[in-house]
Design a binder for this molecule. Structure first.
Ligand SMILES: NC(=O)c1ccc[n+]([C@@H]2O[C@H](COP(=O)([O-])OP(=O)(O)OC[C@H]3O[C@@H](n4cnc5c(N)ncnc54)[C@H](OP(=O)(O)O)[C@@H]3O)[C@@H](O)[C@H]2O)c1
Length: 321
């Protein structure tokens, strides 16, 4: 139909919808979000304030310094909602989250804010986690596992199917309010006194908290099994700049320790920062609605993820050749 740059198309389509789910990138697409919300506000031409928008944000909002340190703070989406909502513009996602909150009087809004998304999706197009190429290619460049300092920093991870369940809870609620068939009630949902929608309806999505060094302990044997790294390679301890320079140089590339670090807004730097930050999330709000992660640890999905990545990579290379 159109893409995020076509605000007129977005506004018109949103005007006709009862529920809009946005799972496209939010960063650098504020205008698209404004267009969608503008369309929903005038649903059916006059707007009755009774339509729904589910926004996808991200928990990089609360990343700390990328130093590989442990014992970082936990962020709870109920207890810390005032702090989360007031984070300044310099925090990733803060600007677009605010645009969504400000639409709350006219639109029933909810923000889902995932940690890293893992597992294999049943989608026909994007089955693999977006972090897969960076993790594998950085390990290729090091020819070993890697971590920032001791890798004591922890990341929230959520399996893509557990994440989908969160959207379903909200869609079911909206659907019921719009006069659709009522979904089976969940006991905790009935006990919840929290509004599902509105300016405070900010849902962290996390199924588990994994120390980066433990994640690498799970990934390295899989990479060795597939010959991506040497069988005798250990786990290198580096800093963020080295990780960024190394992944830019690529496998067998010339690593220059004196080269200036990649620009702070480059993808290489963003990915390297990701390796060293903490992102510890308590998804209290969705748990109060009866949600529980069911898919198991994403570390258990790494063998299938790496195998699928290599298959796709081989296919792409064959197409180019
Ligand atoms: N992946 C994660 O680990 C993660 C973690 C936290 C938060 N998030 C958040 O989740 C959201 C989506 O992230 P993602 O990882 O799923 O990213 P993605 O793969 O880049 O994008 C998801 C979808 O958005 C579509 N899209 C991208 N640019 C578009 C454009 N200009 N116009 C129309 N559609 C466009 C893509 O379409 P095509 O099919 O055409 O490519 C794709 O289907 C973002 O808000 C991100 O911040 C993701």
């Amino acid at each position: 139909m159109g893409d995020l740059g076509q605000t007129d198309v977005l506004q018109k389509a949103s005007q006709e919808a009862d529920i809009v789910i946005n799972t496209a990138p939010d960063i650098t697409h504020a205008e698209a979000i404004v267009a969608v919300l503008g369309g929903i506000k005038t649903h059916g031409g006059n707007g009755d304030g009774n339509r729904y928008y589910i926004h996808t944000s991200g928990a990089s909002l609360i990343w700390d310094e990328p130093e590989g340190r442990g014992n970082a703070r936990w962020w709870d989406d109920i207890d810390d909602i005032a702090t989360i909502s007031a984070l300044e513009e310099k925090h990733t996602h803060a600007v677009t989250d605010q645009i969504v909150r400000e639409a709350a009087p006219d639109v029933n809004v909810a923000i889902i804010s995932p940690g890293f998304v893992g597992g294999i999706s049943p989608s026909i197009e994007h089955q693999l986690p977006i972090t897969t190429p960076a993790l594998i290619n950085t390990a290729r460049a090091f020819d070993s596992g890697f971590k920032i300092a001791k890798g004591d920093n922890c990341h929230a991870w959520i399996h893509v199917q557990d994440l989908a369940d969160m959207y379903l809870i909200l869609v079911n609620d909206a659907w019921t309010a719009l006069g659709g068939q009522r979904p089976p009630p969940s006991p905790s949902r009935l006990d919840s006194d929290l509004p599902l929608w509105g300016p405070e309806a900010y849902y962290f999505a996390s199924g588990e908290d994994i120390r980066f060094a433990d994640f690498m302990d799970g990934l390295v044997p899989v990479l060795k099994q597939h010959g991506i790294i040497r069988t005798d390679a250990g786990i290198d301890s580096v800093n963020v700049t080295v990780a960024a320079r190394k992944s830019l140089a690529g496998p067998g590339g010339e690593y220059d320790a004196l080269a200036p670090p990649p620009p702070p807004d480059s993808w290489a730097m963003h990915i390297a920062v990701m390796y060293g930050v903490n992102m510890r999330l308590r998804p209290s709000r969705i748990e109060r609605l009866g949600w529980k992660a069911k898919m198991g640890s994403i570390v258990g999905t790494l063998p299938a993820v790496v195998a699928e990545f290599l298959q796709q990579e081989a296919k792409e290379k064959a197409q180019i050749a």
